[in-house]
Ligand binder design. Sequence first.
Ligand code: GDP
Ligand code: GDP
Length: 453
Amino acid sequence: MSKVLPQVVIIGRPNVGKSTLFNRLVGRKLALVDDQPGVTRDRRIGDVSLARMRFQIIDTAGWEDEDEATLPGRMRNQTEASLVGAQGALFVIDSRAGLTPLDEEIGRWLRAQKVPVVLVVNKVEGRSGQDGIIESYSLGLGEPVAISAEHGEGMADLFEALQPIVEGWDAPDMAEPAEDADPAAPLQLAIVGRPNAGKSTLINRLLGEDRLLTGPEAGITRDSIAVDWQWQDRTAGLTRAVKLIDTAGMRKKAKVDDKLEKLSVADARRAVDFAEVVVLLLDATRGLEVQDLKIASMVIDEGRALIIAINKWDVAEDASGLFNGIREALEEGLAQLRGVPLVAVSALTGKGTDQLMAAAFKVREDWSRRVSTALLNRWFDDAMEANPPPAPGGKRIKLRYITQVGTRPPRFVIFGTRLSELPTSYERYLVNGIRRELGFGAVPVRLSLRSPK
Ligand code: GDP
Ligand code: GDP
């Protein structure tokens, strides 16, 4: 069965940047052209897919190339047609031109429609267009999202605003979106880390060309928020699709006073929204720092699969000492970081990058794995026999059975009685067992306890 995707329509008067935004969202892939009966012009439809969010975007540009005086009526017809069945609309205005009477008219009309509207103020690159943002509140369409479609700024905010519309949609066959995803689907990968860890260099190395500019300045113009590429898995003799999420490129205009360190944490936060697997890149010449641990635990807390890569291996002194030191620091640090894959790379020479990619695909597999209830309970019984749950006040806590209720990340529920008295150390014992013995490797595992009513 083909999946029905929620649809979002881009609306706005000519030249506000609708097509530019459409292209930015859809990426370089060619958009489908849909000859809808009754619509005099074609409309462009493109699939947008980022992390758990999948939707179709419809561009209404090109419907309004007649002179402006006759526009509203025509546009209304066309737009009305595309709004039928859509879950939401992006209403785009131009911050530089300011609000025009036509914007106001479209705004009034949209307010009367029964679809959620996200107000988008475009052409806000750098610090420009602030007046346009303030003016736009008068449309009565709520808080505007400031973006630059051309420069890719503000895209993360836009996705956030769209999230309730797209994810709140209850399509009949999408009850559990992205569950047990197709293993052939592109791996959604993000590379995060402190400034100068070598993220851009590594991305360029992986892509095999100078697609991203490297350099110390924040807010460099990027082409797109995600780059599609193919990794040659030489060991398996396969070509595997990867969608590299460019979190730095998704940044809102970097304010002059924003510290690069702070930006790297914000980038990691965004990565978590959009990626399945996050690679935290360390600089071998600096080792593991507090900031790194902060990023690492955030990635795990949010349920994403994490890999730690130690970069600049070519210039590392006492390489094996460093590697073991970091391994130990991870083991001693946060329990959830135990067993996280550690890979040494050199973005400069390319050493270790194949191992890194292989590890990324492997952790996604673990992260998406589902084990049978039978196997799970066989393990569960053994685990309880080896180390029975405690008996506070002489009465044993009864754990009856366990079942996997979800994947990506793997989620388990244990049914039993007197569960509120189960010590967290015992829960940890079970989670570690699941990870170690059931093939969930180092991915975050969620466990909840439920007493039957
Ligand atoms: P449409 O008619 O609404 O589809 O608008 P287009 O996407 O064709 O864009 C109209 C013009 O605005 C083009 O010249 C774009 O290059 C320009 N444009 C689009 N987005 C931006 C932006 O974020 N900043 C700036 N400065 N110009 C933009
Ligand atoms: P970003 O801020 O994380 O994107 O870091 P960059 O990719 O801009 O790299 C910062 C600096 O580290 C640059 O001078 C790179 O040439 C250098 N660099 C990156 N990777 C390596 C590596 O593997 N080995 C060495 N020796 N230098 C590297």
